[in-house]
Ligand binder design. Structure first.
Ligand code: SAM
Ligand code: SF4
Ligand code: F3S
Length: 482
């Protein structure tokens, strides 16, 4: 499979399609007497959220406006996730409503993209059972959305475009419309070469490809100058950034250079693979005050036997060594993880190794998943699948243990004050604001009398007075960014 770097010429083709669509939607708006609207529905991880910001940017450039009412937009884009079966079920569960809506609104267009569209069974299902879906394309064709939309509208029939090539575009290929005014999601690399035996991502997202160092840093400086306080460097395995590149730059170089950029109060990254996380990365986390003190490092299983079967090339001991180093160097930091319960062949003994590993590492929080069989992955054909009731029972035990650890981690914050980057006001509870510490602990807090207005993106000291299982509560003392 080849990797194609998109050029200025490719960008021109897309820009022309955007212009044509702008004219077309403008004319439709005039005859309808209202602006045409769009909605982007995002499933899955931050990489999909980042892709959706690009989709939103493209749709806005076409003159469409965001729709206030869910499910009623003229153009709906569903950006899907395939990582577990329940993510897929959510899409098919939501599709049905559009059948009746489309009968009422002839301008309505339904677009489905994202990782699920790289699974042939899903595309077949859409072809067969959902003829009212207008356009389907895979994640590598994201840049091609304007041309595909134009062709689809012109030909007035279902258009399915699933490519076999991996593309890489610098982010300035797109005009990005960011979802949060304080946070910039910046993919530094695409794809994954790790082929963990349970995982669909390498098939959905293609081979690893890193963005060029110089243009990445240039873009990050631009983002900081636009006033974004937080940047999140994204990749399925950020530690493989630059492997094999000519300039020899590594993820540690990207991280350090980003931390040096004036204006970023928080530099975050996601995800790290234990097999090649360097000590230098943890040293940078320790040494730069604006580098988040939070390491998300997926353990997956605490059993060496299962790690091998999962094609995760590290041992529990190697994982513990990283955890020990992190805890020693960054004692105020938080360590979080992903764990899969019920991977094929998991015995009670393997599962107990996972529980012991969780206890040893004292994770501050964890995403715990029941193994989900992904068609086309090696583990899907392993003969020794674990019965559902055993998986559910083990999952409950793991959850109990982790909830206890998460609560203890939150409890340790009580009585202290921390600087919080404010994310906004709670919709459910007006007057209560939320934000995060630099260790990524979620904080709900009240503000002093007289403080009001839009606080999103502000920095403030918050005193913590109560711990909950998944968050901590407190009250704001003062702003720290004035
Ligand atoms: N690249 C990241 C890493 O390796 O740390 C993980 C990205 S993946 C999108 C997020 C998590 O989903 C994985 O760490 C794994 O725990 C979980 N996951 C992936 N495939 C799964 C499957 N088939 N069943 C259950 N959980 C799965
Ligand atoms: Fe999936 Fe493994 Fe790649 Fe993470 S590293 S995306 S779990 S294949
Ligand atoms: Fe899902 Fe694709 Fe992310 S499968 S988790 S959206 S890379």
């Amino acid at each position: 499979m080849s990797i194609i770097k998109l050029s200025d010429k490719d960008k021109l083709v897309q820009t022309e399609a955007i212009e044509e669509l702008r004219e077309y939607f403008g004319a439709r708006s005039l005859s309808l007497g209202r602006k045409l609207t769009f909605e982007v529905m995002t499933y899955g991880c931050q990489l999909n959220e980042s892709d959706s910001e690009k989709i939103t940017g493209m749709l806005s450039s076409m003159g469409l406006v965001s729709c206030a009412e869910q499910g009623k937009a003229d153009i709906t884009v569903m950006n899907t996730c395939s990582v577990r079966e329940n993510a897929e079920d959510r899409l098919f569960g939501n599709l049905g409503v559009f059948k009746t809506e489309k009968k009422k609104n002839h301008d309505m267009m339904l677009v489905i993209c994202g990782c699920m569209m790289k699974v042939p069974e899903n595309v077949e299902k859409i072809k067969k059972s959902y003829p009212y879906v207008d356009l389907v394309f895979d994640p590598q064709q994201l840049f091609n959305l304007p041309v595909l939309m134009r062709d689809c509208i012109r030909d007035r029939k279902q258009l399915i475009n699933i490519g076999s090539e991996d593309y890489i575009a610098e982010d300035d290929f797109f005009s990005i419309e960011r979802a949060r005014k304080f946070r910039a999601l910046v993919p530094i690399m695409y794809g994954c070469n790790n082929f963990c035996t349970y995982c669909i991502v390498p098939y959905a997202r293609g081979r690893e490809r890193s963005r060029s160092f110089d243009s990445l840093i240039g873009e990050l400086k631009e983002i900081a100058s636009q006033g974004y306080k937080e940047v999140m460097l994204l990749g399925q395995n950020v530690n493989s950034y630059g492997i094999g590149s000519e300039d020899g730059k590594s993820f540690a170089d990207v991280l350090e250079e980003t931390c040096k950029i004036e204006g970023f109060s928080r530099v975050r990254f996601m995800s790290s693979h234990p097999k090649d996380l360097s000590k230098r990365v943890m040293d940078i986390m320790r040494d730069y005050p604006n580098c988040e003190k939070h390491l998300h490092l997926a353990l997956q299983s605490g059993s060496d036997r299962l790690l091998k079967r999962m094609n995760r090339p590290y041992t529990r001991k190697e994982f513990f060594d990283i955890a020990d180093y992190f805890r020693k160097e960054i004692p105020e930091g938080s360590l979080t993880t992903d764990i899969i319960v019920g991977f094929p062949g998991e015995t009670e003994e393997d599962f107990e190794c996972t529980l012991k590993a969780v206890e040893y590492c004292r994770f501050d929080s964890a995403f715990t998943f029941q193994y989900s069989k992904r068609p086309g992955t090696p583990a899907a054909s392993f003969k020794d699948q674990v019965p559902k009731e055993i998986v559910t029972e083990r999952f409950g035990r793991l959850l109990d243990l982790q909830n206890d650890l998460s609560y203890k981690s939150n409890l340790a914050k009580v009585g202290n004050s921390y600087e919080i980057l404010i994310e906004g006001e709670s919709r459910a509870q007006p007057g209560i604001f939320t934000g995060r510490t630099i260790s990524n602990h979620l904080v709900n807090f009240t503000v002093p009398e007289g403080v009001s207005g839009d606080l999103e993106g502000r920095l403030a000291m918050v005193h913590i007075d109560r711990a909950r299982p998944y968050s901590i509560d407190g009250f704001m003392e003062r702003f720290t960014d004035v």
